[in-house]
Ligand binder design. Structure first.
Ligand code: URA
Length: 463
């Protein structure tokens, strides 16, 4: 006779440091999703207790793989089989000014459109399900929705049709995709259990693996703008995500990348689209060079996994060639138009930037831009109106900042450091004070860290 598993037993086993069986994890996740239909099977208090037990005790690789898989299959999933294509995506663990998705997706789409399979479908597809801004980091969906008409809420069928036509689609999560994560995440937020690398890994990977990926490239930030507080914790998260991805049959690599300052020239919503469109049109601003470099590194790994380059480094070179050729811009226009976006705004992106208030902060003394708390810069951007205090709040399309200097740059007294944009003049004061406090100018140049700190892969050694 098979033994019935009760939610309380799962909680007690984890609390007491036992290893959970696959069945215990699967039943618990099933029960917490079913409860939203039947309202009875498992209580919020029990889910919270489970989360705290996992937070305290951690999970072994098998438990983590089972939890991730159970969450991934807790609702509908995308099925890429009819496309007969190589599905590949990237994910960044948050960032200030991190708009790499808006470049990487069209670069890969261009490569895929140029190499159709026998069914006429692009040889590579990027089924990118993205998130919204929360906390100090921006969200890809909020940026895309500043393009008039752009529809991020596609059904799975529309998603599939867009991929067939464009080689990439950038959409939001549907209510039925990975519902277990929605339930768990909401409770984590209220129970002090967000910062568990095991729970973060299961949350991120369940959603990414629901895209039915052949390969996944993860950008795990380290430094003052990173989500995880130390290098070691970012590295542990990266290792867990790589193990979990590989265990589910998805080629997975994680790049630990330095994030001590905003990536690129702008941070905000429309301003980030504008920066990417400039790059796609070969208008390369010097402040965007780190953004271009990181996008090529990420796209390089994706092209390598898809078999388009012998090494990730050759892939990065190919990625830059695709950018420079204008093919990525064509792929971008096709995708935006297919998702109902008005591409005419890209004729003059600067003219579409319409903040009602702006202010420029200048240097009070000469020296070198030596340090900043990048998280504080991110919070300043959000408080200008670009982000939201809680899920569901509206965001401002034209709020953001333009950085005028990078860490290590020589600065003269009176030189502009950063320009603030808002759609509400009363929102400028607090972010200005936050930026003034955190941008430090010192007499000597700082020791700069490389953009790519370490590669975590199943087989490749670290760099
Ligand atoms: N992003 C997610 O999707 N989940 C987490 O737990 C943290 C960041």
């Amino acid at each position: 006779m098979t033994q019935t598993i009760h939610p309380i037993d799962v909680i007690l086993h984890k609390r007491d440091g036992h290893v959970l069986t696959d069945a215990e994890i699967q039943v618990f996740i099933h029960a917490l999703v079913e409860r939203t239909l039947s309202r009875q099977l498992v209580t919020d208090a029990q889910i919270a207790a489970f989360l705290m037990a996992v937070f305290q005790r951690g999970l072994n690789p098998q438990e983590l793989a089972t939890l991730t898989d159970a969450m991934r299959h807790s609702g509908e999933t995308f099925d890429a089989a009819p496309l007969h294509t190589f599905t590949v995506d990237k994910h960044s663990t948050g960032g200030v000014g991190d708009k790499t998705s808006l470049l990487v997706a069209p670069i890969l789409a261009a490569a895929g459109l140029a190499s159709p399979n026998s069914a006429g479908t692009p040889g590579i597809c990027v089924p990118m399900i993205s998130g919204r801004s929360l906390g100090h980091t921006g969200g890809t969906l909020d940026k895309l929705e500043t393009i008039p008409g752009f529809n991020t809420q596609l059904t799975l069928d529309q998603f599939c049709q867009t991929l067939k036509k464009c080689g990439a689609a950038l959409v939001g999560q549907t209510p039925r995709l990975v519902p277990a994560d929605r339930i768990l995440y909401a409770l984590r937020d209220h129970t002090g259990t967000v910062e568990s690398p095991f729970l973060i890994c299961a949350s991120i990977m369940s959603k990414k693996l629901a895209e039915d990926l052949k390969a996944l490239v993860l950008d795990v930030k380290v430094g003052s703008g990173a989500f995880m507080p130390t290098y070691e914790q970012s590295k542990l998260l990266a290792q867990l995500m790589v193990e979990t991805g590989e265990a589910s049959g998805t080629r997975t690599v994680a790049l630990l990348t330095n994030h001590d300052e905003p990536l690129g020239r702008f941070a905000g919503n429309w301003v980030e689209v504008w920066e990417c469109v400039d790059i796609l049109q070969n208008k390369r601003h010097p402040m965007s060079s780190d953004l271009i470099e990181l996008s090529n590194i990420l796209a390089g790994w994706m092209l390598h996994f898809a078999g388009h380059s012998a090494t990730p480094e050759a892939g990065a070179k190919l990625s830059d060639e695709i950018l420079l050729s204008g093919d990525a811009f064509k792929a971008w226009l096709r995708m935006v138009a297919t998702q109902c976006g008005d591409v005419s705004v890209f004729h003059d992106s600067a003219a579409h930037h319409q903040p009602t208030a702006s202010r420029t902060l200048t240097a009070t003394h000469s020296g070198y831009l030596s340090s900043m708390d990048c998280k504080q810069v991110g919070w300043a951007v959000q408080r200008l109106g670009a982000g939201r205090a809680k899920p569901g709040d509206p965001v401002s399309a034209h709020a953001g900042i333009e950085m005028h200097a990078k860490l290590g740059d020589e600065i003269k007294t009176g030189q502009p450091l950063v320009t603030l944009f808002s759609e509400d003049a009363s929102l400028l004061d607090e972010p200005e004070a936050m930026l003034r406090e955190t941008l430090h100018i010192a007499p000597a140049p700082p020791q700069l860290k490389p953009l790519l700190r370490e590669v975590i892969a199943k087989t490749s050694p670290t760099i």
